[in-house]
Design a protein around this ligand. Sequence first.
Ligand code: IPE
Ligand code: IPE
Ligand code: MG
Length: 260
Amino acid sequence: MLKELFRNGYGRDHSAFPEEQLEAMIQRDRLPKHVAIIMDGNGRWAMRRGMPRLAGHRQGVDALREVTRACGELGIGILTVYAFSTENWQRPKEEVEYLLNLLDEVLEKELPELHAHGVKVRVIGRRASLSPQLVKKIEAAEALTASNQKLLLNVGFNYGGRAEIVDAVKRAVELARAGRLDVDDIDEEWLSGAMYTAGIPDPDLLIRTGGEARVSNFLLWQLAYAEIWFTPVCWPDFRRRHLLEAVVDFQQRERKFGRV
Ligand code: IPE
Ligand code: IPE
Ligand code: MG
């Protein structure tokens, strides 16, 4: 019973509901504006099938494609996904290289469809450690899709929440030193504007797949009041129906923001 209760971090379990029923349950006027996803469990998905971890990362691209489409169709305006953390450099060289190449490949192969569907692509994270070729690809994808308005897809790559805060603090100090920022002007709004996510609302809903219940350095500043939904489903198995489950659960919660 307790296990059931905490299955997805909140208590309700809609995993047995048919997709059409979940769809019917969704209140279109109360959708989360911004959904963030920690796409975890790729390695375990593959190992369980006797495949190398890398196969799980590849399979994860299909899940991302489906979820991106679903967000667009539903009318969720912003999707931010965690693809590679500042800590993921500690993985075996072969896996790191595979993930770098996968971003390169996805930016190339998926871009036409994303662009055709009005998706604005942005990559958030520290670029200095990425190869000039990859940075060029990222910049080209961002430039091509810059004026698209259907869905903003932020891809966290070499992203770390602490690194992002450090970068914002450095910027504040530099501006202050140059006499262009008064210390009293530094408030939450200013800092929000100094994050990689400047100008967009904070995530309303955070989904983490793969069964872990931690934030792993994702969007530390922005997640202050996000509703969190965990699922044991590994990312490569994550489908539109799971997104619907998360949204239904989100809509059944009461957000209080510190009030009674
Ligand atoms: C998430 O899947 C993808 C990345 C972190 C790049 P993992 O590779 O962490 O998969 P597990 O958690 O080991 O199963
Ligand atoms: C978080 O997953 C990073 C991404 C999904 C890109 P990890 O698998 O790296 O997180 P930990 O190590 O389990 O906390
Ligand atoms: Mg993991």
